[in-house]
Design a binder for this molecule. Sequence first.
Ligand code: C2E
Ligand code: CA
Ligand code: CA
Length: 661
Amino acid sequence: MNLEERNRQYAALDLVTEPVWIFDIDCRRIHWANRAALAVWSAPDLSELCGRDMGTGMSESVARRLAQYQSDFESCGASFNEQWTHYPGGKPVALNVRFSGHRLPDHRMAMFCEGRVSGLIEPESLRSVEALLHTAVMISLFSADGQALYRNPAARDSVRSPTETLKDRIVDGTAYAALVRALDEAGSVTRTLQVSTANGERWHEVSGRRCTDAVTGQSALLISEADVSAIKRTEAQARFLSMHDSLTGLANRTHLMQRFESIVASMRAVGEQAALIFIDLDQFKDVNDTLGHAAGDLLLVETAQRLRRLVRSEDLVARLGGDEFLILMVGENVRYELERIKTRLMLSVSEPMMIDNHEVRVTPSIGVSFFPDDGHDVQTLLRNADLAMYTAKARGRNEVAYYDPVMTEAVKNRTALEADLRHALDRGEFVVFYQPIVDVATGVIVGAEALVRWRHPERGFVSPDVFIPTCESTGMVHDLGRFVFRTAVAQQVAWRVAGHNLRVSVNLSPRQLLHAELLADLTQALGDAQGDACQMQVEITESMLVGRGETALELLHEIQALGIGIALDDFGTGYSNLGYLQRYPIGTLKIDKSFVQCAEANRPLAEMIVAMCRLMRLKVVAEGVETEEQLAWVRQHGIEFCQGYLFAKPLPADEFAALLR
Ligand code: C2E
Ligand code: CA
Ligand code: CA
């Protein structure tokens, strides 16, 4: 269609005084323009104007907007108004342009543009109109019944259909209702909402405000929206990271706490229960120490997967740190559910796994607490499940233990005892008792074992079996051990002065044997009291030597070099490894009372040990001799020394002195 034909077709429009032109969206060219429009476009004539390529330098957003217009013209006969500015003679003139669809003779959809000059405009309003056109913020005006009255280009780009209402746009119906309610109450509102857009579902910060439509004067709703999806995504990632363990991807402690808090009210309401299943891997430290941390990590990841596979999808599996895992189960009958998976849980965790070509196997120690029976808040429940787990470990590991209030009692007791223990030494509550060691052949007292006693102001005598382990774990055993040895040396000297040169034996605890100061302490105690090292002896147990190798050997040699004798205590209760007797500088073997006191039939092993000791020229002491029958056995097997209630119980020094007389 040439220009002449076009002029003929649109001749009537040349009579209109307002600028009118037709824009060919596909070709990016003006198809036709009336005279008034030539002035708007500052064109000398129609052929020059129609020859201009409007596509060059067109921004992408304008191109997108044009395509959107075209499809809106097609789909619903839409029309739009835009405020344009042009500059005849350098002065800005506002032009209100109305765009509507116009079908060209070849049936393509073009844009019919009618301009109305609205006069000279204020620079401020001019700029605000420009800003409205080019901002990425989506601005729309809705009538009271929800119909869109106006959308800026960004808003038009974002809608799926030009006829959609605000309600259509907001994904969550209740969120929309809440938005409207807030608008009714406060007149304005800002919410971050999920919105359906032409680009799919996005997160928008939606600000709404009741206003009046400037055109009709009727009440309207002005909505502005900014896309905050990227921020939301980063937030979500940060949230995920803060709630999960990065190694295994399981929930972490924070997540567990929050989940529990969020369900506790509803659990109470519907009478549901929860089980907190605390899982600790028994040999994890060994794997870490022998195969390295990377292998340890693999083990944790594999364990995490096994636990996840085992539980129902609604159960939460968390890693609390280190080798500690936790399963949170909620339901009407969690006890039953736990019984159902208990065996599989044990088996699945302890199933061997291949790590770096090593077959690795760890067993679980499991402690369980129940809501609401064992606690109402997550801290208490966790603490109780942890206590139960320790009980499972104490029972020999690879066990499940259920929380019982006596566990808390035991801990309270232990903590109270620990607190008292800290002051016991300063307050002089420790005393050393002595138990005679007798020469079997002559019945003469040749030595004594120093045994410490704690006179508790309220509890009375507390057994060393109770407080020594606590002193061990608190490190107090060094001070206590120093006290016992000093007292024993002084006592040995006192007896010697009184004419009884006894050999005094003092127990060492495992931790003392590790302490760098031990040798200096022993030397100092001997020096201060002018004691005779050869009449002193220390007692150690086999378990203190296992796995210690060279360092223990060296230390024992140094003790021996001071002149102090070394006895191996409680022989027969542990490994009974005769190899130790050869390897370490041990002069005395103390046969444990369980051997002495056992039935006749079980004694052959003890008899064999005694025979070996004789061959190795070790002194042998039988412990725990309580009856004449036991003494007869001791004598019959040529054991030189014995110790036990048959002769005397451990006694305070003065009572011991009476015995010597
Ligand atoms: P132990 O070294 O095996 O000490 C012998 C234990 O057997 C003592 O218990 C003693 O009272 C008891 N006993 C002695 N004769 C008989 C008997 O005929 N029958 C029975 N049934 N028992 C007998 P006690 O004094 O309660 O000491 C328990 C453990 O505490 C000791 O076992 C020792 O391992 C530890 N212990 C005691 N004093 C000290 C100390 O000063 N330092 C360290 N590190 N440990 C100590
Ligand atoms: Ca002992
Ligand atoms: Ca013993």
